[in-house]
Design a protein around this ligand. Structure first.
Ligand code: NAD
Length: 318
C-alpha cells in the first residue's frame, strides 16, 4: 500500500509553534505531527494537551513529542524555535541569538536523513531561512521562509475593510523583508481584476492615496503594536504556516509571498526575500516576477540590501 502519510516535525513548541500545531489539527492539514523543543517537558505537555482535543476534531492526527531522528521520513520540518521579539527590539537584533539556536537544530535534522522541505518562521525570518539553507546545503527551493505571507494577509484584511470587499477577492502583496523595509507595490494591487489605484482614482470622495499609505504603515507596524499589547504575535503566523503547508501537501502551485533565494529575479541574487512564489510539493516551484514600477523596484532593492548586509554580518564558524 502506498504510504501517503503527511508528516510534519515542528521544532519549537512556543506560542508560534503551538498556534501552528493547533491550526494544523483544526484544519486537518497533516496526519502525523512530531513536537520537538529544547524544553522536552514542554513538548510532552503540549502533545498531551493537543491529543486531548483530537476526539473533538475531524482528524485522526497522530501527535507526539519526539526527537530529531523522527525527521528522517518527515515531509516538512517547521522551525519556530528561537527567542521571541521583545518590545522595541528589531527583528535584525534577534539575528545572532537565533543563528546559534539554528546551529543546534539544522545539523541534527540533516543528520537524520531528512529529505523534505524546511519551513521557517523564526525571526528575522528571511535571514533565518537563508541560514537554514546554508547550514543544510539543501536546494534553496526546499528551504522556505514564511516571508511576507502574514503581512500580505494583514494587507488583504485591511484593504478589504477599507474597500468593503471580501479579503479573498483582494489580490495584493507585501514584498521584501518581513520587517521595517517591507513595502506594498500598489501598482500590483487588485480587487477582483480591477487595479486598486484605479478604484481610488475614480472615487476621490471616498478613497485616497494617503489612506493607502496609512494602510501600508499599519501593516508594517502591526507586529510591534500587537507585541506592545499582548507581548507576542502567534495566531496569524500559525495560520500562515498552515496555508503554506497545505500548498505543499496539495501540490497546489499557489502563489504565496514566501521568502526564497533570488537568482537574478528583480536584478538581485544571493538574498532570501519575500516575493510572490509558486508553492507546490517541491517547495518553491518558481517565482512570479511582477512588473514593479521604478520606485517600487527601488524599495525592493533597498530591502534586499538590508537583508544582504545583515546576512553578511553573521559568523558561521563554530
Ligand atoms: P517562544 O519563546 O514562545 O517559543 C520559542 C520556543 O523555542 C521555546 O519553546 C523554546 O524552548 C524553543 N527553543 C529555544 N531554543 C531552542 C533550541 N535550541 N532547540 C529547540 N527549541 C528551542 O517564542 P514564539 O513567540 O513562539 O516565537 C518564535 C519565533 O517566531 C520568534 O523568532 C518570533 O520572532 C517568530 N515570529 C515570526 C513571525 C513571522 O511572521 N515569521 C511572526 C511572529 C513570531
Amino acid at each position: 500500500m502506498k504510504n501517503d502519510i503527511r508528516k510534519i516535525v515542528l521544532v519549537g513548541t512556543g506560542f508560534v509553534g503551538m498556534s501552528f500545531a493547533y491550526a494544523l489539527l483544526n484544519q486537518t492539514a497533516c496526519d502525523e505531527l512530531v513536537l520537538i523543543d529544547i524544553d522536552t517537558r514542554r513538548a510532552e505537555g503540549e502533545a498531551m494537551d493537543l491529543n486531548h482535543g483530537v476526539a473533538f476534531s475531524g482528524s485522526h492526527m497522530k501527535i507526539y513529542a519526539g526527537t530529531y531522528s523522527d525527521c528522517k521520513d518527515a515531509d516538512i520540518v517547521a522551525i519556530c524555535a528561537g527567542v521571541a521579539q521583545k518590545p522595541g527590539e528589531t527583528r535584525i537584533d534577534l539575528l545572532q541569538r537565533n543563528t546559534a539556536v539554528f546551529r543546534s537544530v539544522v545539523g541534527p535534522v540533516v543528520d537524520s536523513g531528512f529529505g523534505g522541505i524546511f519551513l521557517i518562521a523564526t525571526n528575522p525570518v528571511d535571514i533565518m531561512a537563508h541560514v537554514t539553507q546554508k547550514l543544510s546545503g539543501f536546494d534553496p527551493r526546499r528551504v522556505i521562509g514564511s516571508g511576507t505571507t502574514l503581512d500580505s494577509a494583514r494587507l488583504r484584511y485591511l484593504l478589504g475593510s477599507y474597500l468593503r470587499t471580501d479579503p479573498r477577492n483582494v489580490h495584493a502583496y507585501v514584498m521584501g523583508e518581513h520587517g521595517d523595509s517591507e513595502f506594498v507595490p500598489w501598482s500590483q494591487a487588485m480587487v477582483g481584476t480591477k487595479p486598486v489605484l484605479k478604484i481610488v482614482e475614480e472615487s476621490p470622495e471616498k478613497f485616497s492615496l494617503d489612506d493607502l499609505q496609512n494602510i501600508s504603515e499599519e501593516v508594517k507596524n502591526a507586529a510591534q503594536k500587537i507585541i506592545a499589547a499582548k507581548k507576542s504575535t502567534y495566531y496569524g503566523i500559525g495560520m500562515s504556516m498552515v496555508r503554506i503547508a497545505k500548498a505543499i501537501f496539495g501540490d497546489e502551485n499557489s502563489i504565496l509571498t514566501v521568502s526564497t533565494l533570488l537568482n537574478g529575479e528583480y536584478g538581485e541574487s544571493d538574498v532570501y526575500i519575500g516575493v510572490p512564489c509558486f508553492v507546490n510539493r517541491e517547495g518553491v516551484a518558481g517565482i512570479l516576477e511582477v512588473s514593479l514600477t521604478e520606485k517600487e523596484l527601488e524599495k525592493f532593492k533597498l530591502s534586499a540590501t538590508v537583508l544582504k548586509d545583515a546576512f553578511g554580518g553573521i559568523r558561521f564558524e563554530e
